[in-house]
Design a protein around this ligand. Structure first.
Ligand SMILES: [Zn+2]
Length: 271
């Protein structure tokens, strides 16, 4: 049996494993970054909407105070005119105008009270949220219960975390880019060799790896396929030990002796 063909394939698997182990260093980081970014946007939206409410309240309050001020001036003016009124009719007409302005003032004051109440309510709700936080009852906290300062702190924390994770990922990518590139070239060369020397084995390898599976060629470990732990029949051990391969009946992986991987490692290091 020609064992050199399987050696070529083991070497390919060894190179692919090396790439996989480098890429796995950044595993999870891209997903973590996306999740953090979403949290950050969500927190930002909450803060912005609170700012808008506070802003609207401030503007309305200013407008209402202006209205009250104007009404009071008008009343003073009308009262002055009353002292100069020449008859009852003129006096009563001015009284009606004063009454009207007084009603305007009363309405504005009610609106001012409404704002105060809304703000007090918001604070009460946040107070409840703060209480829940001290009791670690985070599940029960609604959006509006989050105290303003906690929300701002959360925003800062998320920004920091996001920056750190991005830097971490970037440095991994930069550090490993050269290695990954050179491994990819080696993989390509190795594939070209197998393409001419053992095309069927390469097809088998690619077929096995077409799904999520990365390790198409695996070691015999304690007399079992190390891909799925199914026992390899005893009568096949000799062939594996001699440097041949066995197709696992359970998972279809190509099982070889550990020595072949050591040899592959040795040959890739020499290059
Ligand atoms: Zn198996």
């Amino acid at each position: 049996m020609d064992h050199t063909k399987i050696n070529l394939l083991v070497k390919l698997q060894h190179l692919d494993n090396q790439i996989e182990s480098i890429v796995s260093l950044q595993k999870g980081l891209p997903e973590e970054i996306i999740a953090l970014d979403e949290d950050l946007k969500f927190t930002n939206r909450q803060i912005e909407s609170r700012k808008k409410i506070a802003d609207d309240h401030l503007k309305l309050r200013q407008r209402l105070h202006e209205t009250i001020h104007e009404c009071k001036n008008k009343i003073l003016n009308f009262k002055e005119k009353q002292t100069l009124a020449r008859n009852n009719k003129e006096y009563d007409a001015l009284s009606k105008q004063i009454e009207y302005e007084e009603k305007e003032i009363a309405q504005a004051e009610i609106q001012l009270q409404d704002i105060v109440h809304a703000e007090q309510r918001a604070l009460e709700i946040q107070k409840k949220g703060r209480q829940l936080i001290t009791e670690n009852r985070y599940d029960e906290i609604t959006e509006e219960m989050m105290p303003d300062d906690v929300l701002l702190q959360q925003l800062e924390d998320l920004k920091k975390q996001l920056t750190l994770k991005k830097e971490e990922l970037e440095s991994i990518v930069i550090e490993t880019a050269e290695d990954v590139d050179s491994l990819k070239i080696k993989v390509k060369e190795q594939r070209n060799i197998i393409q001419t020397e053992a095309k069927r084995l390469l097809d088998k390898y690619d077929h096995l790896r077409s799904g999520t599976l990365q390790n198409a060629v695996v070691r015999l470990n304690r007399n079992a396929c190390s891909g799925c732990n199914t026992r390899v029949p005893t009568n096949r051990h000799t062939m594996i030990v001699q440097g041949g391969f066995y197709l696992c009946e359970s998972c279809g992986r190509i099982v070889v002796h550990e020595r072949l991987f050591e040899e592959a490692e040795g040959s890739t290091l020499k290059k």
